[in-house]
Ligand binder design. Structure first.
Ligand SMILES: *Cc1c(COP(=O)(O)O)cnc(C)c1O
Length: 323
């Protein structure tokens, strides 16, 4: 078994310095309506206002900023149909690093366009007949590209952790923190920051009920693999945690909770109607789980990480107009 060197809070502090001035220090929003509904004080860290529309820019920038001159010259490669692609593409553009992104042939046109718009070279593949990881390795070897995975990498985790660091530095210690969870990069980074800055805070990861691999892994003590779950939370359709993220989550997180698509839609409406913000389905996981736990949160100070706002506006309109 390989021994992993897990990132620490010092790595998050270093990441914060690296991304300062390039990543947005996103706003923390509050809502009197939500506070009244909960009988608690809620603090929403709004990564939907991060550059490219989600927290993924933090980790991508932190990872690419640590490339050697040789790595910078050869370029980066990533595979993603979602926010990681855009995060890598934008960070690479800012740092003048050539980026190649592998996207499935059937990826949404808007996402392909956004990724190309940041100057990345997009290569499409057929996800039913081609193995993307193998393809990625081949391209990386042939051209000397460095592969940056979406969550299971110490530099990605440290970058994502800057979101919770900023939140707690701004509002003070918390009693509970809710974080959306796919592969666990955001959760593990935020858990490390929270353990350092607000040691007694309860930390919850939240994933879709249809794909509760992290909950199963957390409770059984080993990484559980599942088939791609059917859920509107497209940023959390991961099949398993990573080695780094699992180890950090096991050690630092208090529990993994799940919510249904209906619960996500309810909170999407709340964000739009009451707080005037557009949050993508995956970004609603944290708030939905907090609502289901609200009896336990009375009188507490609660952090909610709002992970992103990238949703096709037509799709958004359809979702929030469901009766
Ligand atoms: C990627 C993503 C997530 C999940 O993040 P992980 O680090 O994979 O757990 C949650 N929300 C949004 C908006 C995302 O883009």
């Amino acid at each position: 078994m390989t021994i992993l060197t897990l990132p620490t809070y010092q790595d998050i502090q270093a990441a914060a310095k690296r991304i300062a001035g390039l990543a947005n220090r996103t706003p923390v929003m509050t809502s009197r309506t939500a506070n009244e509904e909960f009988g608690a004080e809620l603090f929403f860290k709004c990564e939907n206002f991060q550059r490219m529309g989600a927290f993924k820019f933090r980790g991508a920038l932190n990872a690419l900023a640590q490339f050697t001159p040789e790595q910078k010259k050869a370029g980066v490669i990533a595979f993603s149909s979602g926010n990681h692609a855009q995060g890598i593409a934008l960070a690479a553009q800012i740092l003048n690093i050539p980026a190649t992104i592998l996207m499935p042939l059937d990826a949404p046109e808007v996402k392909v366009a956004a990724t190309k718009g940041y100057g990345a070279n997009v290569i499409t593949f057929d996800r039913y007949t081609q193995d993307r990881e193998q393809l990625c390795q081949e391209l990386a070897q042939k051209h000397g590209y460095t592969l940056i995975p979406p969550f299971d990498h110490p530099h990605i985790i440290a970058g994502q952790g800057t979101a919770a660091k900023e939140l707690i530095e701004e509002v003070g210690e918390l009693d509970a923190l809710f974080v959306c969870l796919g592969g666990g990069g955001l959760l593990s980074g935020c858990a490390l920051a929270t353990r350092a800055l607000s040691p007694n805070c309860m930390i919850y990861g939240v994933e879709p009920e249809a794909g509760n691999d992290a909950q199963q892994s957390f409770r059984s003590g080993k990484i559980v693999h599942i088939n791609t779950p059917k859920t509107i939370a497209d940023g959390a359709q991961t099949q398993h945690l990573g080695q780094y993220t699992f180890a950090i989550i096991q050690k630092n997180v208090d529990d993994i909770l799940t919510v249904t698509d209906e619960q996500l839609i309810d909170r999407m409406k709340f964000y739009a109607e009451r707080m005037k913000i557009v949050v993508e389905p995956t970004g609603c996981l944290s708030f939905a789980a907090a609502l289901a736990q609200k009896d336990k949160l009375k009188g507490k100070r609660v952090g909610i990480i709002v992970s992103g706002g990238n949703v096709d506006i037509q799709h958004f309109a359809q979702l929030i107009s469901r009766p």
